[in-house]
Design a protein around this ligand. Structure first.
Ligand SMILES: Nc1ncnc2c1ncn2[C@@H]1O[C@H](COP(=O)(O)OP(=O)(O)OP(=O)(O)O)[C@@H](O)[C@H]1O
Ligand SMILES: [Mg+2]
Length: 659
């Protein structure tokens, strides 16, 4: 297809690839509204790369809750090898990330896989000659008629498989829909890619992400020296005028209706008749009307599947698929079919009546639930839209467990949230367990209020059960979360109840004391913090409770640090090491946070800055983002984030609890 007004951007990407080939990895961030041409741009770039690069594709989908590490799963299917193996084995996040790096580092000498081959191969008309010339009027001539969605491009790039050493180009499409773990990976990879001969290309809709959207923090955390940002502009009035004149339409009207958005321009020009349809929805529904009813029904079914419909969904309907493809309503995509554009798909889905929409989701759910290898997050999406409560509960729990394991805590919390809402029929103990798992993920995602509500609901169930242990566990969390949420009274009340609920000799009693110490420490009652902390540590050591002992040590040392005691930093370092050795990620991280932010609290910026230059251990992934967001106390001092290196630090949301 002919690409309008994108030759400068293609040249820029080409230049970045050249820099990568010379040894220094680069990141290109391509932004712009829906339909502006991000996907066709990267597809054309991939086509032009030809044998000069190995292009790997990953895409994010618009699901109610995104698939955990969705793009990496796409990429793993193309690379095979250790990455696919780690993903398939459900390995922990760090192992999967390491495998991706291994894949990219070794990829320069590897024979190129048929990218997208595992998605099934769709007949394509490419490849065309590589390296299209730049046509007059600033348009890049890109011959051929390949399908211009990302899976299609994968097939195309595969067909020019290189045999010599080439740099990998990793394309991650639609990152505005990325799950938390994928954003972590993007930052993780972005911070290392400078040392690889590799290019990372990320596309996203910048007009749909507000100031608080997590992608903003992720993009900000990429090393700016190797990042190039490109914002795609609408087509100029001159370009629209020329195109419209060719089609015998009124340029002013077309430009006014489309704002120069290439998708809308293309759709308008493809529509028949003199009247210009007012919206894309009119456009696509108009096109649907030309189909016989069974084909229209198939298109409606496909419309409820974000991104594309799997082969299994359209199995047995080859004739109807062909009718839709011939009418330009659907295009082949991977092993299935898709709408030509996400906007068109959602326009059709939104046009369905609620009952019809739910029925379509139910049908899709039935098929996908029987299809091996489907991400449970996708099943939750269809179950929710089908209003199938039992399925939401079943797949919500499964998806929550999977997302949590991969470090996508925000998504894990969302899945559990959905499951909890439909858990009324579960026995009380199972419901309490579900609420506790939900609360843990919400806490790790920094959603203190939400975690607090879940803990309170769990507490009620546990109280009815009458077992002190689980009651105590929830009370302790309520105390901590209530403090974070700014509800001091509730925090103190829960802490006091916790100590009375647990009998003498209860294994949790040491942690209950330490919780008191922590509250006092946070409230700047330093004497009480030390007294409760020492009592906790003494009991914990007697009971062999390492977690409580380390927790108490951190509280005591923090109080001493604030008092300016010389040995406090060393004690915190020792506590960190002890916690890490015992696999207590959260406690280990807390020690680090105190070490890093303590001097800032005391306004000792010189000490803080010096500390930030030391090599810091990697903060564990399974740690609450809310805890790290205490970094907002640093104000202008952000060296610690940079010094700690690998983690994606969240946009600060809350301040260090005031004392
Ligand atoms: N520069 C261009 N020249 C010609 N046609 C274009 C251009 N850019 C986009 N189009 C047309 O617009 C359609 C939508 O483009 P594309 O899918 O790349 O948009 P997008 O920015 O990726 O949107 P989304 O955010 O929804 O993924 C293309 O299929 C193509 O028909
Ligand atoms: Mg796109």
């Amino acid at each position: 297809m002919e690409l309008w007004e994108r030759s400068a951007t293609l040249e820029l990407l080409d230049g970045l690839l050249g820099e990568c080939a010379r040894g220094g990895g680069r990141v290109a961030v391509v932004a712009g509204e829906a339909g502006i041409g991000k996907s066709v741009l990267v597809n054309e770039f991939a086509r032009r790369c030809g044998a000069r690069a190995r292009v790997l594709w990953g895409g994010c989908d618009r699901l109610v809750t995104p698939r955990a590490l969705g793009p990496l799963h796409d990429i793993g299917r193309q690379t095979g090898g250790v990455l696919a193996e780690r993903l398939g084995a459900g390995a922990a996040q760090e192992e999967i990330f390491a495998a991706s790096l291994e894949e990219l580092s070794g990829a320069t000498g590897a024979p190129v896989e048929l990218a997208g081959a595992t998605r099934g191969s769709v007949a394509m008309s490419g490849p065309e000659a590589v390296g299209g010339s730049v046509a007059a009027g600033g348009r890049a001539a890109a011959g051929g008629s390949a399908v211009v969605n990302w899976s299609g491009a994968a097939n195309w790039s595969a067909s020019v498989a290189p045999t010599r050493r080439v740099p990998p180009v990793v394309v991650v499409e639609d990152a505005h829909w990325a799950d938390e773990a994928t954003l972590d990976w993007l930052v993780w990879l972005g911070r290392r890619i400078g040392r690889l001969p590799a290019l990372l290309v990320v596309t996203y809709r910048d007009d749909e992400v507000g100031a608080e959207h997590p992608i903003r923090g992720a993009l900000a955390a990429l090393p700016s020296a190797i990042v190039r940002r490109v914002r795609l502009r609408p087509l100029s009035y001159g370009c629209v005028t020329e195109l419209v004149r060719r089609a015998g339409r009124d340029p002013a009207t077309v430009h006014r209706l489309t704002g120069g958005n290439p998708l809308l321009v293309t759709e308008l020009l493809a529509s028949e008749g003199p009247a210009v349809p007012a919206t894309v929805q009119d456009l696509i529904l108009d096109r649907l009307c030309s189909l016989p009813e069974p084909a229209r029904e198939l298109a409606r079914l496909v419309s409820v599947l974000p991104t594309r419909a799997d082969a299994a969904v359209v199995a047995g309907a080859a004739d109807l698929v062909e009718t839709c493809v011939d009418a330009g309503v659907l295009v082949p995509s991977g092993d299935g079919v898709a709408f030509r554009h996400e906007l068109l798909r959602s326009a059709v889905e939104e046009s369905l009546s609620p009952a019809r929409r739910a029925a379509a989701h139910r049908r899709v759910l039935g098929v996908l639930a029987r299809t091996p290898g489907v991400d449970p997050g996708r099943l939750v999406h269809h179950a929710l839209n089908a209003r199938d409560e039992a399925a939401v509960l079943r797949y919500g729990q499964l998806a929550g467990i999977g997302a949590a394991r991969q470090g996508a805590h925000r998504e894990a919390a969302a899945h559990y949230r959905a499951a909890v809402e439909h858990a009324g029929g579960l026995p009380a103990e199972r419901r309490a367990e579900l609420l506790e798992a939900y609360a843990e993920q919400a806490y790790l995602a920094g959603l203190a209020e939400e975690a607090l509500r879940a803990r309170q609901a769990a507490l009620e169930l546990r109280e009815a059960e009458g077992r002190a242990g689980p009651v105590g566990e929830n009370l302790r969390w309520i105390s901590r979360l209530a403090w974070w949420a700014g509800r001091r009274e509730q925090a103190w009340e829960a802490a006091a109840r916790l100590v009375t609920v647990l009998e003498d000799g209860d294994p949790q009693l040491a942690m209950a004391y330490s919780n008191q110490s922590q509250l006092h420490m946070a409230a700047h009652h330093l004497d009480e913090a030390v007294a409760w902390g020492e009592r906790a540590r003494e009991l914990a050591d007697r009971l062999g409770d390492v977690a409580a002992s380390v927790h108490a040590e951190i509280n005591v040392s923090t109080a001493r640090l604030v008092r300016g005691k010389a040995g406090a930093p060393a004690a915190l370092r020792a506590a960190h090491e002890r916690a890490e050795a015992a696999g207590l990620a959260d406690h280990a991280a807390r020690a680090l946070v105190v070490l890093a932010t303590g001097p800032v609290q005391l306004a000792e910026y010189g000490v803080a800055a010096a500390r930030s230059k030391r090599p810091w251990p990697t903060p564990p992934a399974a740690t609450s983002t809310a805890m790290f967001s205490t970094c907002s106390a640093c104000g202008p001092w952000c060296g610690w984030r940079a010094a700690t290196g690998t983690a994606r630090w969240p946009t600060p949301r809350r301040r260090w609890p005031s004392r």
